[in-house]
Design a protein around this ligand. Structure first.
Ligand code: GLY
Ligand code: MN
Ligand code: MN
Length: 360
């Protein structure tokens, strides 16, 4: 079983109630998302309703998670099953995932489990997911490779008159065609002045000659997410566009090349941020340099000015500097990769030199 004992020790609890769907999947191996896992007495139980009983039994076993799947229903209500196990295991203090529970869910659990002390476990469960296993790395690599395949298919289609929504639709179609089971977030296709908004929503704006076009897209492959951004110019890039693009690219490459295990996340962010600042664009890079990725698109630790986590081999990070100038446009370049013993290995293989789509 995945070091849940360590988590109960750290949090000084006798058991943990797991309700976040991503932690649930990570810990039990169950992919259905809807269920409640309870770990106490060194035995994990996954409670599901009849829609999921068969899959839960099969998947917990196949994952070798050590959890057993139990169905709750009218004859065996969830509250009774949980209370029974907690009493059996002599639990006094039960940890719960405060970061992932709504107020009303908490109020309801507090009422249902009034014989026990509920204690928040903060981020301790999520932290278990930080260092990826070789199998997780394989799936993340594959997810990013699907993004590469999709981009290679979409770039030749880009032309003046195509809308941002069409660009996003093509990227999504190509990712699905290449084996994606879904998206890891809403695809971004932002052109012209819209590219100055880091998380613009694709619109019916048509691509125009001279536009920057930022495409930020990702998929899920066997549950694992990918994340990639490329910016191209529709037609010829002017000198200012080239300067901005190259500044972002240099910042990204510098951070990638200098990242080493043992460094703090905030120090990696500083490498890229300093480069952009020195070029005079410091105030146009408002977001963090990157974030971890796994079953969820934004995991910890994150490369930003505040996160002091020390990077370790096996952690995933995106490296995604950007410069966004309101009334002009913006550029972001993003790869996802892994911290290795030596440094950082990007999983993305899409080209990064400025693409000018001059055929239009
Ligand atoms: N598209 C979300 C991100 O890059 O973080
Ligand atoms: Mn992204
Ligand atoms: Mn990202």
């Amino acid at each position: 079983m995945i070091s849940l004992k360590k988590t109960t020790d750290i949090t000084d609890t006798d058991g943990i109630l797991v309700t976040d769907p991503y932690n649930l999947r990570y810990i039990t191996g169950f992919r259905g998302g809807e269920g409640i896992a309870l770990y106490s007495g060194e035995q994990g139980v996954l409670f599901v309703d009849s829609r999921y009983t068969e899959a839960a039994m099969r998947e917990t076993k196949a994952a070798g998670s050590g959890f057993i799947a139990v169905e709750f229903n009218r004859e065996h209500p969830l509250k009774d099953l949980i209370t029974e196990k907690l009493k059996e295991d002599d639990v006094k203090t039960l940890g719960f995932e405060d970061r992932f529970m709504t107020c009303s869910e908490y109020v309801s659990w507090k009422e249902k489990l009034s014989d026990f002390i509920l204690k928040p476990v903060e981020d301790h469960l999520t932290e278990l997911r930080r260092i990826k296993t070789p199998e997780e790395l394989r799936l993340l690599r594959k997810a990013e490779a699907i993004g590469d395949t999709a981009l290679a298919a979409v770039v030749p289609l880009l032309k003046v008159g195509m809308t941002e929504l069409e660009v996003a639709a093509e990227l999504e179609y190509q990712m699905k065609k290449a084996g994606a089971e879904g998206l890891s977030f809403d695809t971004i296709a932002a052109s012209g002045l819209h590219s100055a908004m880091p998380h613009a929503i694709p619109s019916d704006k048509k691509l125009e000659e001279g536009d920057f076009l930022t495409m930020d897209f990702g998929c899920r492959y066997q549950g694992y997410c990918s994340d990639m951004t490329r910016t191209v110019v529709i037609g010829h890039a002017n000198e200012k566009q080239k300067k901005i693009y190259n500044t972002v690219l240099e910042a990204q490459l510098k951070a990638m090349n200098e990242l080493k295990p043992g460094m703090r996340c905030c120090d990696v962010d500083k490498i890229a941020r300093d480069h952009i600042e020195e070029a005079g664009y410091g105030s146009f890079f408002g977001h963090g340099l990157g974030h971890s990725v796994g079953l969820y698109i934004h995991e910890s630790p994150a490369l930003n000015t505040r996160d002091e986590t020390v990077l370790e081999p096996g952690m995933i990070e995106t490296i995604e500097p950007g410069i966004y100038i309101p009334g002009f446009g913006g550029v972001r370049i993003e790869d996802m990769g892994v911290v290795t013993e030596e440094g950082y290995e990007s999983f993305a293989s899409s080209p990064k030199e400025l693409i000018e789509l001059k055929s239009t």
